[in-house]
Structures are given as C-alpha cells and as structure tokens.
Design a protein around this ligand. Sequence first.
Ligand code: FAD
Length: 469
Amino acid sequence: MSANDYKVTVIGGGIGGYVSAIRAAQLGARVALIERADLGGTCLNVGCIPTKVLLHTAELYEELKHADELGLELENKPKVNWQKLQTRRVSIINKLVKGVEMLLKSNNITLIRGEASFLDNKSIKVRLSDGKEEVINSEYFVIATGSEPMIPPIKGSDLEGVIDSTKALCSEKLPEEVVIIGGGVIGIEFASVYSSFGTKVTMIEMMPKLGQSIDSDVAAMLAANMEKSGIQIQTSAKVVGIEKKDGRLCVKYELNGEDKFAYGDNVLISTGRKPVTTGLQTENAKIAVSNRGFINIDSNMKTNVKNIYAVGDVTGKIMLAHVAEEQGIVAVENMLLGSNKTINYDIVPGCLYTKPEVAYVGITEDEAKNRGIDYETGMFPLVNNGKTLITGDVENTFIKVVTDKKYDEIIGISIYGPRATEMISEFSLGINLEVTVDELIETIHPHPTVSEGLKEAVLAVKKQAIHSM
Ligand code: FAD
C-alpha cells in the first residue's frame, strides 16, 4: 500500500464529512479527508454557529429592553456593538474549527487541503493549496461537499448590496433597512436578529405562509409575533426585480395582482441552497446526479456506484447539520460493517432559534391530514405555564401534539416557546420509540419547567389537561 492509498477518503470537511471520517477511523480504517476551504464547512463557518452567536446576543438584547420590568436598573441603555459581536462570532468559530482539526489529528486522519475531483471510481485528483496536484487512491469514498446559497434569476440580484446569508453574517455594519426575500428558516432567523437590533425589516415570501415545514398554527403565531415586533411580512408575494433608486435598493413584487415596492440598504436573498458538485467531475466515476444537481443516494447512503457514498446537503434530503452527521455515521457503518442502517427522515427535529424558539419533530397536523391518518391533537397555551411566565415569552406561545388515534401513539409535536430547541429531543426519542399517550402522561416532568407543558399538551389530547380551561 502506498502513502496515497486509503481505505476511506472523504471529500469535504463539513459536519457530514468530518463525522464520516472520524467514524471510519474509529472502525479501524486508514482515512483521508480532503477540504478545499475551512474545516467545519457551512455549519461552523457560515451557518448554524455564527447565526446562533448573533441570535444569542439578540435574545439578551430583547431581554434587556425589558430591564425595568425584570427589576434591573441599568446605568446606560444597552447598545449593539456590531464590530464586537463580529469579533465574538469569529472567535467562537475559530475555537470550533480548531477543535475539529484536533479531532482529526487524534483519530489519525490525514487532512489534505485542496480541491478534489474524480478520475474514476477508485481515485481522485487533489489540486493542493500550493497549486501542486496529488492522486489519491481509495477503496471507498464519501462525498460530503455540501451546499451553497441559491440565487434565483431575479433581475437586479447582482446589484451591490444584494447579499446572501454568508455575506449578511460578515457584513461590516448593520443595515438600517433590509428586505429579506424568502421566509424560510434562514430568512426568519436573520429577520429576528435584524429586527431586535433595530433594523427595519420587510420579508417577502412567495408561499401563503412562512416556514413551509412548520405546523400552520405555529407559523401563524410566529408571523403574528414577528409583525408585532415591527417586521413587515408579505406572503403570497412574488418578487419581480430589484433596482437601485436614490441610493437605496428597491424590490418590486406582485401582491394580489398589484405592483408593490419595498426598500432597503440591503436585500438578503434566502430562497434556498443548491448542491456543490462543481469541479468534482462526478461523471468520471459515473456517479448519478439528479436533474437539480444533487447526488442520488439509496436508503443506505450509497450512490449508484457501489464503493461511493454521499452524505449531507449534497444529497438534497433534509439540509440540516444533524442530518448530515447522522447520514455520515450510517454511511460509514454500512460501508465498513456491512450493516443495513437507514434514517427515518420523519423523525428529524427542526428548530428555529428565534425569541421565542420554534421546534418540531414528527409529522404536523397538515401532514397527518394529507396522509389520511386518523389523528387527534392536543394544545397547551404556555400562558398557563409558570416558567414561561417568568421568561416573559407568553404571547401566542403554545405546545401542540398530534397523535395517531388507532395506536394512541404520539406522531408529532410542535413547540413555540422558550427553550423549545432544547426540549424537542424528549419527543425525538419518544416518537423514535413509538411512545404512547399514556406512557408520556405517566412520565413525571419537573416543576417549574417549560417541559411540564409537553405533558399538559399530551393530557389535552385526552381532555385531561390540569392547567388549562
Ligand atoms: P458543508 O457544511 O457545506 O461542508 C461541505 C464542505 O465541502 C465545505 O467545507 C466545502 O469547502 C467542501 N468542499 C466542497 N467541494 C469540495 C471539493 N471538490 N474538494 C474538497 N472540498 C470540497 N443546520 C442545522 O442543523 N441547524 C442550524 O441551526 C442551521 N443553521 C443554518 C444557518 C445558515 C445561515 C445556513 C446557511 C445553514 C444552516 N444550517 C443549519 C444547515 C447546515 O449548515 C448544513 O445542513 C450543514 O452544514 C451541511 O453539512 P455538509 O457537511 O453536508 O456540508
């Protein structure tokens, strides 16, 4: 075996890639990981982590706006220092990226910095950062090349000041006014940060509601709270074009057959992401790709080529870090242990780190209806929950459970309230283990916590909620 021969070669050092590499090394394989930019990929550098750094400060800032109510006297009014916040963002990212590098080292994974492209199904060429080229041979490959912002063909989308999420995170100053095109998770989180920090926000969404995967009741209450905080939301609105007018950007959109206009110093386009496969030369290894450019995989994460697997955003399943991570583990275990592991995409939790937060897992009421399931729902308003009252997030917040009548089983839950993103894992486990309504009811939840509300929502299915009329 030559120095350039590996058992497993992972292309892409984002969360899908580095987790695959670590699991393969744990299973005794000789592993190489190829990364052309920063380790940690989208999630660590321009996705999950930096957005949450901003959202965390935005949440604290929101709390401090009510300092008086909270019994706090501040010497001075708190002010946002965007530059300091940027320094904090960079410092947190650097720590995490270094952590990934150390994990690779401690697992004896060879990190090769460069851009990979397939020569055939057993070898790749890596264009190294110093311009040289290296050929790597491998028994197996994992493609984990991720995704990048997808900018739709809107006239004017190339104008200065029109940005994507990556540029928004690194911008030098906060805009005074921003128009956000796209009301998905990323758009909503940015709207929340901007609005908390005093930027005037207009959000334009083509569909009739925000956040397509979110339960309709949650989406409605979330939109109501966003509007209350000053964000202007236009749903069922189609953007026609962007142009510069008197130094500002003007977004023209159609609403109910009428032309409307929204203005901003910046226009943030958050209309989805596309797979990264350019330069990879998948055709040399005869890897099948969908018409939208995603790499086709079967339920075991295997591509049509038997020694090549793909994980993460590039597969176009659910574009979330925890999905990429799980796909990585499943792919490598199937590859090296010959197991037949799959992922149940129905029980992937989804989270929005707004204030208050949104979290959901399983199927929504709309989806239960679509699938023709005989279902029941239970709802618990968090205004009746002591801990929520203490946090102050009682406006329009609630927990909603969907159960399957036939099996008395919990099949979905949506939480709109404080700590939602931390609480959702109880139900991920519950739904995974096919927990019944009675089993959940018998589970004692501590007091005072927001999680008591989970039990109350389930009790509400049986019309037995204690703290609800
Ligand atoms: P990536 O993280 O994109 O990594 C792919 C890597 O491959 C990159 O580092 C790239 O440089 C490298 N690469 C590409 N081509 C080559 C090549 N030819 N050779 C070598 N290297 C290559 N998800 C959550 O779960 N929670 C969140 O809160 C969340 N927030 C988000 C916020 C934003 C603003 C965005 C944009 C995304 C967010 N996501 C979130 C989604 C999450 O970031 C992605 O699902 C996740 O990063 C996908 O991981 P990945 O490994 O598939 O790809």
